[in-house]
Every structure is written in C-alpha cells, then in structure tokens.
Design a protein around this ligand. Structure first.
Ligand code: HEM
Length: 381
C-alpha cells in the first residue's frame, strides 16, 4: 500500500480532472479520516485522554480505518512502545535511527521482533470496538478509504472517478505522510519546551501539517492530556474538535494535566537554557575563590605596593586598569583608594547601574577578613 498508492496518486494528479466539489469533499474527508487517527487512534485509544460515547467511538473507528494506517490495536501498541521506549532500540520509530527511518523506513524494512518493546494493551484487548475492527479490518479499511468517497462523490456530484482518485487515493497518501511527520518532523524540528533529554520537539509548522500533533514535546511530557498545546489559540484542531463534541456529551472526562506541573516543567527548561547561556559568559573570579586579607594587609598593599584598591561590600577591588576608563571620572576612584566605599558606590555619590556592577566583578581582588575602622568608611558627597 505504501508503495502503490503514491504511484496511483501521481497518475491521478497528471491525468484525472479535479472538480471543485470533489476537491472540497476531499478536504473534508481528509479532516474526517485524519481526526480518526489524531483524535481516535492516538488521543482516544493509545493514550485514553478522554472518554467517548459508543456511537462516537464507532465513528472514530470508521474514520481512522479510512486512513489505512493499520488496525487500532497494532497502531496503539506500537505507539505505546514509542512512548515507553522513546529514542531507544525498542522504540519502533526511534528518531535516533534517522529521519527516513522515523518517517517511513520503520514500516518498509523488516524489524527484529526481539526488539519489540513490551507494553500493556489489556484495555485494547477487552475493547469490543477494537476487536471488531481487528477482525474485519481489511474490508472496513478498503470501504472507508476508497469505497465510501467513490460512492459519495458519484452520488453527490456524479464524479465517481474523481471521488476514487482524489478523495480516496490522493487524500490517503497525503494523510499517511501527515501522520508520519509526527514521528519524523516532530522529533527533528522545533523547541524542547519541557524536556531536552529526548528528541520530541514543539513546532508550529509540524502542528499545521499534522492536525495539531506538532506540539510533540508537550505531548511526550504530558501524554495523558487530551490537548497537545495548552493555549486555546495554539493550532491544535484535534483538541478543538474533542472539546466541541464535549459540549454535546459525545466526549467527556477530557483529561488535562495540572497547570502547575506544566508551568514547572516549562520554567525548569527555561532555567536550564539560561544556565547554559550563563556558563558561556565570564562572571569574574567567584567570591569563594578569592584570597582573604585583613584590613591592615589591605592598607599595607595600598601604601607600600601602590596597589589601587578599595572595598565595596567586603570585597576588595583592584581598579588600576580602570582608572582612566571610569565613566564617572578618574578623580572619584583615586579618592576612594585605600577606603571602604560601599555607600558612595550605592548612592552616597552615585547609585551605579547593573552594568557597572557586572563590570566590577572582573576587578575582584580579595575578600576582606575582619572589620573596618569607621575612619576608613564611605563618604557622602
Ligand atoms: C569598580 C568600581 C566601579 C565601577 C566598575 C564603576 C563603573 C561606573 C560606570 C559603568 C558608570 C557609568 C554609569 C553607570 O553605568 O552607572 C559610572 C559612573 C559613575 N561612577 Fe562609578 N564605578 C565604580 C566605582 C565608583 C566609585 C567608588 C565612585 C565614587 C566614589 C564612583 C562614582 C561614579 C560617578 C559620580 C559616576 C557618574 C555618574 C554620572 O555623572 O552619570 N564610581 N561608574
């Protein structure tokens, strides 16, 4: 199927006329069958992120079958393994095996069965809709993917041929690759919003292509949430549709992860990024690594060794190289040498900016050991 349908789709694009009504129908049918995968196979059966009435589940099953992506049981089993063993050899579509493998290679090449990650699918085994679909999968999938669109376009617009080729084959090929992008693009492009230990990423473009599944970093962190992005305006039509049907009771118990925990994860990741950026900058010699000298030793160095030192907040600074660069003028610094000038620095003379305080860290010389006689403290001018 993966190899034949793209060739038929290409033939259709080059040879079969596309009517306007058939195009519109194909788009709607694309959304319908796509939602069968994102809202059905994925968020309902694989992750149980919400509950749904039996008729709604049945429609989800039919819609998902129409995308020809295997049975619910097969799809969800592999998907649970993907979550449990993300990026490892037991992950069926591990992104560590390359973009092509994650996108489609994992279905084209034979896999070693001993690498199949074990997951619990007891709930799927006891789900009668899942079992019904498993039993009649071939016939349901063929009818939903090709039969139904052909019949409907034929009866509605007298376009059986367009219905088969465009609403059937072309739609199905596009939908395949849209879903496959969740395993490939969503693990390669975008932001690690909540966790950067594994490959899933958040990206708006991937969300556009995949009916909202592109906020994949969020999804891997909070897979039990029915949403893939928490802000109502973030592009996730699957979330909107599930919510819309909850207004009529067709879906219910929509699970949302604790907002507090989501925010914690986001902030921790931001902190991690800040820490990495910080570590690339020079912040001066850390205070704990400075030598300690007494006030008498400090005075001796100033008097006999002619060092240009002064004290601010118990830290001794050497401003020798800074004298002529000081934006406030050389005079203020020279008159501060051999003194404790905390008050002057913090507003007594001038309240320095954050930039000045950062700059100052590069002039650290020593830590003051003990107290300072009052006669050597800051002056107010
Ligand atoms: C290592 C220590 C010091 C550093 C790195 C430093 C740095 C600076 C910098 C960057 C400015 C520009 C304005 C700003 O960014 O806030 C400035 C302005 C100034 N500083 Fe300092 N300063 C130091 C110590 C002192 C001391 C001890 C005094 C006074 C006793 C002083 C007095 C002034 C004055 C009066 C201005 C000018 C304000 C103006 O007219 O705009 N500074 N300093």
């Amino acid at each position: 199927m993966l190899g034949i349908t793209p060739i038929i789709a290409l033939y259709a694009l080059l040879n079969v006329e596309l009517q306007r009504q058939t195009l519109i129908f194909s788009l709607i049918f694309y959304l319908f069958t796509g939602f069968g995968i994102t809202g059905g196979y994925h968020r309902y059966w694989s992750h149980r992120t919400y509950d749904a009435t039996i008729p709604f589940q049945f429609v989800l099953m039919l819609a998902g079958s129409g995308s020809i992506q295997g049975s619910i049981k097969w799809w969800s089993r592999d998907h649970r393994a993907h979550h449990r063993y993300t990026d490892t050899i037991k992950d069926p579509y591990s992104a560590h095996r390359g973009l092509f493998w994650a996108h489609i290679g994992w279905m084209l090449f034979k896999k070693d069965k001993k690498n199949n990650g074990k997951v619990d699918i007891s709930d799927l085994n006891s789900d009668w809709i899942v079992n019904f679909q498993e039993k009649y999968y071939g016939i349901i999938a063929m009818f939903m993917s090709f039969g139904l669109p052909t019949i409907l376009c034929g009866l509605l617009f007298n376009d059986y041929k367009g219905g088969f080729y465009y609403a059937g084959v072309v739609r199905q090929v596009l939908l395949h690759h849209s879903t496959f992008c969740v395993n490939s693009m969503a693990h390669y492009f975008g932001e690690h919003t909540f966790d950067d230990n594994r490959t899933p990423r958040d990206h708006f473009i991937t969300a556009l292509v995949t009916l909202g599944e592109g906020y994949h970093n969020f999804h891997h962190e909070f897979p039990s949430d029915y949403r893939n992005a928490i802000k109502f305006y973030q592009y996730d039509p699957t979330k909107w549709i599930i919510y819309f049907f909850s207004l009529f009771g067709a879906t219910y118990n929509l699970n949302e992860f604790s907002a507090n925990e989501i925010e914690k994860g986001r902030l921790q990741m931001q902190q991690k990024k800040i820490d990495i950026a910080r570590s690339k900058l020079s912040w001066g010699i850390p205070l704990e690594k400075l030598k300690k000298i007494t006030f008498e030793e400090f005075l001796r160095e100033v008097k006999y060794e002619k060092k240009k030192l002064f004290i601010i907040d118990k830290v001794i600074y050497n401003v020798e190289k800074f004298l002529s660069e000081h934006p406030g003028g050389k005079g203020f610094l020279i008159s501060s040498i051999g003194r404790e000038v905390t008050t002057s620095f913090n507003g007594g003379v001038y309240n320095h900016s954050n930039a000045a305080r950062n700059l100052m860290s590069h002039m650290r010389y020593a830590i003051l050991d003990g107290d300072i006689p009052d006669t050597h403290r800051s002056v107010e001018e």
